[in-house]
Design a protein around this ligand. Structure first.
Ligand SMILES: NC(=O)c1ccc[n+]([C@@H]2O[C@H](COP(=O)([O-])OP(=O)(O)OC[C@H]3O[C@@H](n4cnc5c(N)ncnc54)[C@H](O)[C@@H]3O)[C@@H](O)[C@H]2O)c1
Length: 252
């Protein structure tokens, strides 16, 4: 298929990982349909559907726009997400529900609506942006961790249900990435760059490019066509490394 006919939907595309992902996919020839709460005008030339992904109507509008503007969808990147940092004993039901609504219900609704298009095509790739917090616990993030663990469960379920009809579903688990999601908590003094760099065997943050390139790999059936239900850590070795701090740093 000529590259100009490939279509990607990216949520949370106004900034951070979603913005860079949209730029990388555009450079690889994808036509874009972008979603966010904020305008994505700074990101790339695209059809834009603004709205909250936890609302059923937003997912329906995105799918309708994809059918109307392009008549197909090859790639869905469920990237939009929010963080909530609080001790478990201080996490309210309202905060918990909001985390699960945005980080887990939203990707489900988008996958369901765009999945219908992909199932008709008998082709497509869904990429859910989870986190190392979907594989491991990070303290003070009970709702976030639960939402990302759940997203990996959803990824595996869709891979099992839809793989036989040509629709793949995989998850990407970034380590810490320099985006507004990182700068907010750092400004509040909750952690600093040294904490993160010390924890990562490769000794640095992930860049938005690191994550976007992994997403582009999972998007492309020529590169990853038999990869389905996989959880791809892009974390410089964080998940693999159970060393204690001084042992890790001795190997720098
Ligand atoms: N930054 C990190 O260190 C990191 C690490 C692991 C995983 N992640 C995950 O990567 C994804 C992107 O993170 P980021 O760092 O780019 O975050 P970010 O906060 O910089 O950007 C998130 C974008 O999503 C949008 N958004 C938020 N809620 C939305 C909603 N309800 N509907 C539509 N759009 C919404 C925001 O407006 C924003 O533009 C998230 O799912 C996050 O959990 C980030």
């Amino acid at each position: 298929m000529p590259p100009q006919l490939r279509v990607a939907v990216v949520t949370g595309a106004a900034q951070g990982i979603g913005q860079r992902t949209a730029e990388v996919l555009a450079a690889r020839g994808y036509r874009l349909l972008l979603n966010d709460l904020q305008s994505c005008a700074q990101t790339a030339a695209a059809v834009e559907v603004l709205g909250d992904i936890s609302e059923e109507s937003t997912a329906e509008q995105i799918a309708a726009a994809a059918r109307r503007e392009f008549g197909r969808v090859d790639v869905l990147v469920n990237n939009a997400g929010i963080a909530h940092i609080a001790p478990a004993e201080q996490t309210t039901a309202a905060a918990w529900r909001r985390m699960l609504d945005v980080n887990l219900l939203g990707p489900f609704l988008l996958s369901r609506e765009i999945g219908k298009i992909m199932l008709e095509q008998r082709a497509g790739s869904i990429i859910n942006i989870a986190s190392i917090a979907g594989l491991l616990a990070v303290a003070d993030r009970s709702a976030y961790n639960a939402s990302k663990h759940g997203l990996i469960g959803l990824t595996r379920t869709l891979a099992a249900e839809w793989g036989g009809r040509g629709v793949r579903c995989n998850a990407v688990c970034p380590g810490w990435v320099k985006t507004p999601m990182d700068t907010g908590p750092q400004e509040l003094g909750l952690y600093n760059d040294r904490d993160i760099i010390g924890r990562v065997p490769m000794g640095r943050f992930a860049s938005p490019d690191d994550i976007a390139n992994a997403i582009a790999f999972l998007a492309d059936p020529e590169q990853s066509g038999f990869i389905n239900g996989h959880t791809l850590s892009v974390d410089g070795g964080w998940f693999a490394d159970a060393s204690w701090e001084t042992l890790r740093l001795r190997h720098r």
